[in-house]
Write a protein that binds this ligand. Structure first.
Ligand SMILES: C[S@@+](CC[C@H](N)C(=O)[O-])C[C@H]1O[C@@H](n2cnc3c(N)ncnc32)[C@H](O)[C@@H]1O
Length: 322
């Protein structure tokens, strides 16, 4: 039986528990959170049913979200070097116990993330948009990984990820992971419309004495490349920030429900209002606390989320159903 034939969309929590088959009508999925890997769940959505995908996937080399990862295999430098910087693919990687964001090479991560978003193409409407928020990482052969914590703080429990050096992978290097990812997406036929810089005025100072503090992240706006002609997609400029520039200064907000990587509402609301029509369907495939879904509902849109870590689903679902 092919993977796409299996009903693997399970909605947790009381009033919204449901098992779905591929191509179940979008109405049955709305205002719910599906537990599972975005890679699989994208493939089960009805085609051309989503107006806007807005999300922030795990960044490379930051956190494990308490998900189980095969540290033993992927910290074994000699076996990883034998495979090389070209990944056998996300399906293979996760079959070996790997989780997104903890790939031994940043090159693997970029390929895996691009593969996952390729699976989103069929469910996105031709006039739809894909907004992806992603942050960068400095290279270190041994780097600290925490469940929820931030790099550079030594007071929390941490694991160590090993990465082989070579090429641009040199100690202290700012890896430009977001740019590498954006280019990989362009090569995968997405049209990049904006590289919005999210400046974080309250970014925590890190204990570094030889470089500036990293206080911004990227928020990429992609649309589908049409077979012919120029891309046409829904876009309303009225709800945008007054200056309509590609730099916004927005304070990082404290996390919720044990999750520290929560979207600030001010960052996503203008994106939701400008890139989905009233009543449109908004999907966050890495939804965490469900913040994007909450803002979508408050904004008169309909919403749907995916999340792999089951402990985040119940509180996010409860907030949505308030
Ligand atoms: C950066 S956080 C998203 C936070 C979210 N923007 C919010 O406002 O709460 C990424 C989330 O993706 C989840 N995740 C990790 N791998 C996943 C996968 N393969 N499929 C779906 N969710 C995944 C993590 O558990 C985490 O909650």
């Amino acid at each position: 039986m092919a993977l796409d034939d299996v009903p693997i969309l399970f909605f947790l929590a009381h009033s919204w528990v449901v098992t779905l088959w591929p191509n179940t009508s979008i109405e049955k999925l709305l205002n719910k959170i599906a537990e599972g890997d975005a890679y699989d769940l994208f493939g089960l959505l009805p085609s051309e049913s989503v107006d806007l995908i807005i999300t922030s996937p795990p960044y490379w080399g930051h956190r494990d979200y308490d998900l189980k990862h095969n540290w033993k295999l992927f910290n074994e430098i000699s076996s990883v070097k034998k495979i090389g910087t070209k990944t056998p693919g996300y399906q293979w990687y996760r079959s070996q116990g790997g989780i997104l964001g903890l790939e031994p090479y940043p090159e693997w991560y970029v390929t895996h993330l691009t593969e996952i978003f390729r699976r989103a193409v069929p469910c996105l409407k031709p006039g739809g948009s894909l907004w992806i928020n992603i942050g960068d990482t400095y290279f270190a052969r041994w780097s600290s990984i925490r469940n929820n914590g931030r790099q550079g703080f030594a007071d929390r429990e941490r694991k160590r990820r090993k990465t082989p050096m070579g090429g641009f992978r040199a100690e202290k290097q700012l890896l430009l992971v977001p740019s590498r990812f954006a280019i990989a997406m362009q090569d995968d036929k997405w049209i990049l419309r904006n590289d919005l810089i999210w400046h974080k005025p309250n970014a925590l100072p890190l204990p570094e004495s030889d470089r500036l503090n990293l206080a911004h992240e990227h928020f990429f706006h992609f649309v589908k490349k049409p077979k012919y002609g120029r891309a046409r997609y829904y876009y309303d400029t009225t709800p945008l920030e007054s200056r309509q520039t590609d730099v916004v200064s927005i304070f990082v907000e404290p996390g919720e429900d044990g999750h520290t990587a929560t979207f600030p509402k001010l960052l996503i609301k203008p994106r939701i209002l400008s890139c989905s029509p009233p009543g449109g369907v908004v999907l966050d495939p890495f939804c965490g606390t469900g913040r994007a879904l909450e803002v979508a509902l408050e904004s008169g849109r309909r919403a749907l989320g995916f999340e792999l870590q089951s402990k985040f689903i119940e509180p996010a679902g409860q907030r949505l159903h308030k």
